[in-house]
Design a protein around this ligand. Structure first.
Ligand code: AMP
Length: 229
């Protein structure tokens, strides 16, 4: 089979820039981005039944159950995956059960995709600094991400207003120091087992150091996706 489009799986700690890099791919490459965190926050904002069930897990930095996440992913793939263009999975899979479900979903719905697994790495200090300076658009259909650090490429034009939809910028409930530490420890609890899972399945895991400006990270990313083995 001619596998034209790429399906990118990002493995990386919270705050490493998975979402921002995905957004650049959406804007510059016309790809689609599935962010399970975004879908979860939307459910919470819309006060759906799912939203009520997952609110506490998210605020405390724990993972949402595999069943709910896989159901959200399945629905999203059904509604959003077109015939062309790459697909980026931002924040999924996070457990082996999710990775196994994804293998089946790829066989059923994404047979034409060439799967790449990319591991994004940054130190805890850099992550902490980025997340403590992170602001997001309060409009749950937008959720654009900004930084209060002057050196970042993500500073908004007006400090409290979203450049895209003019809604207010707020801090995420889970971007508070104790919750960030919990999210990091949750991440380190599954990171290696996911990497091992893909390597066991013969899937190369390519690393990118993301302790640099977003445009440089995107440059590294484009080199990787240009290499088709
Ligand atoms: P993120 O926006 O990717 O940082 O995700 C925010 C929160 O959503 C996480 O801390 C989890 O509580 C939840 N979440 C997002 N994706 C997943 C997933 N694949 N599995 C379980 N929980 C998830």
């Amino acid at each position: 089979m001619n596998r034209q489009r790429q399906l990118i799986i990002f493995i990386g700690p919270p705050g490493c820039g998975k979402g921002s890099l995905s957004q650049v791919c959406v804007q510059k490459l016309g790809w689609v981005q599935l962010s399970t965190g975004y879908l979860c926050r939307k459910h919470i904002a819309q006060k759906t039944e799912i939203g009520k069930q997952i609110d506490f897990s998210i605020k405390s930095g724990n993972l949402v159950t595999d069943e709910l996440i896989v159901a959200m992913v399945e629905q999203w793939l059904g509604e959003n995956v077109r015939d062309q263009g790459g697909v980026i999975l931002d924040g999924f899979p996070r457990t082996i059960a999710q990775a196994e479900s994804l293998q089946s979903l790829v066989q059923e719905k994404l047979q034409d995709c060439y799967v790449r697994v990319i591991q994004l790495g940054a130190s805890d200090e850099v992550i902490m600094q980025r997340l403590l300076g992170r602001f997001v658009c309060e409009n749950k259909d937008c959720q654009a991400v900004y930084s209060s650090h002057a050196s970042s490429a993500l500073t908004p034009q007006k400090s409290t207003i979203c450049d895209i939809c003019s809604s207010k910028l707020i801090r995420r409930d889970d971007d508070e120091e104790a919750t960030i530490r919990k999210r990091l420890s949750t991440y380190y609890g599954y990171e290696q087992s996911l990497v091992d899972f893909y390597q066991r399945h013969g899937q190369e895991v390519v690393k990118i150091n993301v302790e640099k400006q977003l445009d440089k990270v995107f440059e590294d990313f484009t080199k990787i996706i240009a290499e088709r083995k």
